[in-house]
Design a protein around this ligand. Sequence first.
Ligand SMILES: Nc1ncnc2c1ncn2[C@@H]1O[C@H](COP(=O)(O)OP(=O)(O)O)[C@@H](O)[C@H]1O
Ligand SMILES: O=P(O)(O)OC[C@H]1O[C@](O)(COP(=O)(O)O)[C@@H](O)[C@@H]1O
Ligand SMILES: [Mg+2]
Length: 448
Amino acid sequence: MAKPSQKSRLCPDPIPHPEDTVIPALGKAKIDSPLRHGRFISDDSRVLLDVHTTSCDTRGDNTSSMEEAGPREKIYFDPSKTKCAVVTAGGLCPGINDVIRSIVLEAFHNYGVSAVMGIRYGLEGFIPKYGHEIMELNPMAVSRIHQFGGTILGSSRGPQSIDGIVDALERLNINILFMIGGDGTMRAAEKIQQEIAGRDLRIGIIGIPKTIDNDIQYVSTTFGFDTAVGKACEAIDCAHTEANGAPNGIGLVKVMGRESGFIAAQASMALKDVNFVLVPEDPFELDGETGLLKALERRIRRRGHAVIVTAEGAGQDLLKSTGQTDASGNPVLGDIASLLIGSIKDHFKKAGIDMTLKYIDPSYIIRSVPANTNDRIYCGFLGQNAVHAGMAGKTAMMVSRWNSQYVNVPLQLITRGGRKRIDTCSNYWRSVLESTGQLSYFQGDGVV
Ligand SMILES: Nc1ncnc2c1ncn2[C@@H]1O[C@H](COP(=O)(O)OP(=O)(O)O)[C@@H](O)[C@H]1O
Ligand SMILES: O=P(O)(O)OC[C@H]1O[C@](O)(COP(=O)(O)O)[C@@H](O)[C@@H]1O
Ligand SMILES: [Mg+2]
C-alpha cells in the first residue's frame, strides 16, 4: 500500500527566548505569589524537546527545550484586582468542562482572583451583535460541571473581528484570557495577542490545547483523546462481534480524524481485532492486486471475517472533492464510508463471494461524552498550569504536556508549524501496521 507520505517535522525553528512569553507592557514581576506549597519554577527551567540522546549531545539551549510550566515565586497581577475570562472555541472534546473547572478553582481558591467571566459560544461571545450574555464563573457555579460532556460555555466556529474581541476585553477589564481550543483558536489567540501588544495593553492570552483529532504540534496527547479512543473502541468491539456473527462478515467503523488519523490508529492498537486501519496520512488504492479490495478479499478467504477502521479523512484522494469549507475554513470532507461500502459490495459480488457488511459510525458520541478519569486528571493539571502562567504575566503561549512534563509553548510554534500527523516512517505507525497485519494482506502473502 501507500505512496510514501511526508515525514512530520519535530522542531523546525528555534523557540523564542522565555522572556518573549511575558506581556510586553509589563515590567519585572514584583508581587509575592500567594501559593505556599511545593516548589516554585524558575523561568530558566527548561524541558527537553527530545528525550532521546547520543554521546555527543550538546543540548539544553532554547531551540531544543521548552519552558517548564508551573507556579512562579513572583507574579505580575495583584490577585485581588485580577479579572480573568475563559472562552471555548471549535469542536467539542471530552474534558472541556474539567479544564474550565480547574481554571476557576485554581484562580479563586489558590490565587484569590476577583472574578472569572465565561464568554459564551466561542469568539461570538465577545461581539455585542450576537447578544450572548457573559456567564459569571465561581467555585459554586462550576461545582458539578465535570459530570457533563461538552462545554457549559458553548462553542462556535467562524471568524470574528479581532479588534472587536480586544475592545470587549478592554470593556470588561479582563487581565487574563484563557482560550480553550484547537489550531484555529490558537491562530486567533496569536492575532488577539498581537492586537493587545499593538495597543500596549496589560492583558495576557493563555491557550489550552483542545482537539479530539490530537493534531496540535508540541502536545504529546491532547486531553479528551484517551476518552474518545475508549469510546471508539466500544464501536469497534461491536463491529468485530457483528463480523464474527455472519459468514464472511465485514465490520466497518468510521471515526473522527479530519487530517490526522490518531483516533483510528490508537483504537486499532488497543483492540488487536482490527485488520485494516485507514488514515489520511497513508494513502491507499482501492483496486488492483495491491489495493484494499483485493487485500480484504484475501483476508476474508483466509479468516472468514474482517474489521476495517477508517478515519473520516482517509482516502480523500479517491473521492471527488466537495470544494467546501466550514465556517472556520476547515475542509468539508467527502464520505469515505459510502465509497468503501459501495466498492466492497461490488467487489465481492463480482468475485462471487457472499458476504455481510455492517457499518458503525459512532460519530459525535466519541467527543461529546464526559472525560474518563485519566483525562480528568490531565485537564486539572492543564487548568492549574494555565492559571500559574497567566498570573505570572505570561502571554502568547499555550500550556501543554510534553515528555510527561508540563510546559509553556510559545503560540508561534503552534501557528507556524503544520498540524501534528502520524509519521508513517515512525515506529508508532509500524506498530499499528504490525498490530493489524494489513501489510501482509496488501502484499498478498497474508499469514493467518
Ligand atoms: N487564522 C485565523 N485567524 C483568526 N481566527 C481564526 C483563524 N483560524 C480559526 N479562527 C477562529 O478560531 C475559532 C476556532 O477555530 P476552529 O478551526 O473552528 O476550531 P479549533 O480551534 O478547534 O481548531 C473559530 O471561531 C475560527 O473562526
Ligand atoms: O461537525 P463539526 O462540529 O464542525 O466538527 C467535525 C470535525 O471536528 C473535529 O472533531 C475536529 O474539531 P476541531 O477542529 O475543533 O479540533 C473533527 O474530527 C471533525 O471532522
Ligand atoms: Mg482545528
